[in-house]
Design a protein around this ligand. Structure first.
Ligand SMILES: [Zn+2]
Length: 396
């Protein structure tokens, strides 16, 4: 049974997960577990016609294949048996086991989306036995500035100050413009007047002082302003790209729509990190090839495609230069997804490198170098992370 990746070096190589979220704190019943398994949320479960369950999809079968042994069950244990065992161990112990088994050197946690209490970046690092770093979400900073009460004319300065403060201990920033207005953004940096006018519209629509609710930011000019402020700080700027939950209009999330902005940012040299990308991972690979400062991953898709993850990784690496390809799980909530992402990434990348070796396309030395770059070397370089914990055992 080929349990181990087809390239031995990938079995023990600690990974840098450059985009993930916090783990959920509560115990989960079957409905709660399935709601977190994919980005469909609670859309399935009892309401699904014909009793369709997401356990009967690539990600569900991948969970059953890879996760039960971590909890002391045989592979392919049924969902109910699995969840019973999980409940017996409790959320914390299950979380510890999966995060340890993922074999992570570092986690870069996006702290900007917290629909319920999640483990903080520090807690995540502790549980995973990994270094933890924070990624600050640009829109969340803007919305908190607005919620604090600010005039439109002062918004730009107040945002720049707030961002500089929040970013002091962060290693990167993130834009969710894809979710709010799509990626078809113009390249130019907006003028101060344009920002003030756009802020006036936004603030008038509901953001304001006195604890009034802040309408979520969704404005082309303001998103571009936020992104340029991030570029000015020189920290890598992550972009949500490709699929997510039902909130995204997927046709507006093709990374090619970012071309004008990427062209404008390129001379600054600030790294742009295209996240997830599926099903536009080939387009993302093209952008990574032609723009020296663009990097890609296939987080979220890696575990959702399950058995097909090797095809996804091979397609992404058709054009993506090997020094521009990073690992991420984009896991949220379920500790299983941090482990599943890591396992399927190791196996998929190993299969890709092994097939090239078998074909005489590259040497063992090349394969090992590429594996080390993708597992963590590229992320360490681009986020300027402290030297990794290479060679550390993680199977305890
Ligand atoms: Zn994410």
């Amino acid at each position: 049974m080929p349990d181990q990746p087809a390239l031995p070096v990938l079995r023990d190589l600690p990974l840098v997960d450059h985009h993930c979220h916090g783990v959920i704190r509560r115990d989960l019943d079957r409905g709660g577990f399935e709601a977190l398994l994919t980005e469909a949320g609670g859309a399935y479960g009892r309401a699904a016609p014909g009793g369709v369950t997401l356990f009967d999809s690539q990600v569900g079968l991948a969970v059953r294949r890879w996760c039960p042994p971590v909890l002391g069950l045989p592979p392919h244990a049924g969902p109910d048996e699995y969840l019973e065992r999980r409940a017996e161990l409790g959320a914390e112990e299950a979380g510890r086991r999966f995060l340890r088994a993922a074999g992570l050197a570092s986690v870069l946690v996006d702290s900007g989306f917290e629909p319920e209490p999640l483990l903080s970046p520090t807690e995540m690092g502790k549980l995973a036995g990994a270094q933890a770093h924070e990624i600050v979400r640009l829109e969340q900073v803007a919305e908190s500035v607005a919620a604090g009460g600010i005039s439109a004319g002062r918004f730009a300065d107040a945002f720049r100050d707030a961002l500089a403060g929040r970013a002091r201990h962060a290693v990167g920033l993130k834009s969710v413009a894809a979710y709010r207005v799509g990626l078809d953004l113009r390249g130019e940096r907006p003028t101060e007047t344009e920002v003030a006018v756009a802020a006036a519209h936004w603030l008038a629509a509901g953001a304001g002082a006195g604890g009034r609710p802040v309408r979520r930011l969704a404005d082309q000019v303001l998103h571009r302003f936020l992104i340029w402020c991030g570029v000015d700080l020189g920290l890598p700027v992550q972009f949500h790209v490709g699929y997510g939950d039902r909130d995204v209009d997927l046709d507006r999330c093709n990374p090619l729509l970012l071309t004008r902005l990427l062209r404008a940012i390129a001379p600054t040299g600030t790294p742009v990190m295209l996240l997830h990308n599926y099903p536009y991972h080939r387009e993302a690979g093209y952008l990574a090839q032609v723009f020296p400062n663009v990097y890609v991953d296939v987080g979220l898709a890696t575990h959702n495609l399950g058995h097909r993850a090797p095809a996804l990784i091979a397609e992404t690496l058709e054009l993506t230069p090997f020094g521009k390809f990073l690992y991420s799980s984009d896991a949220f909530g379920l500790p299983e997804l941090y482990y599943l992402g890591a396992t399927l990434f190791r196996r998929g990348l190993a299969a890709f490198l092994r097939s090239g070796l078998d074909d005489g396309a590259w040497t063992e030395g090349d394969a090992e170098r590429i594996a080390r770059q993708a597992a963590g070397g590229n992320a360490r370089h681009v986020y300027r992370l402290p030297a990794g914990l290479a060679g550390r055992g993680f199977s305890e």
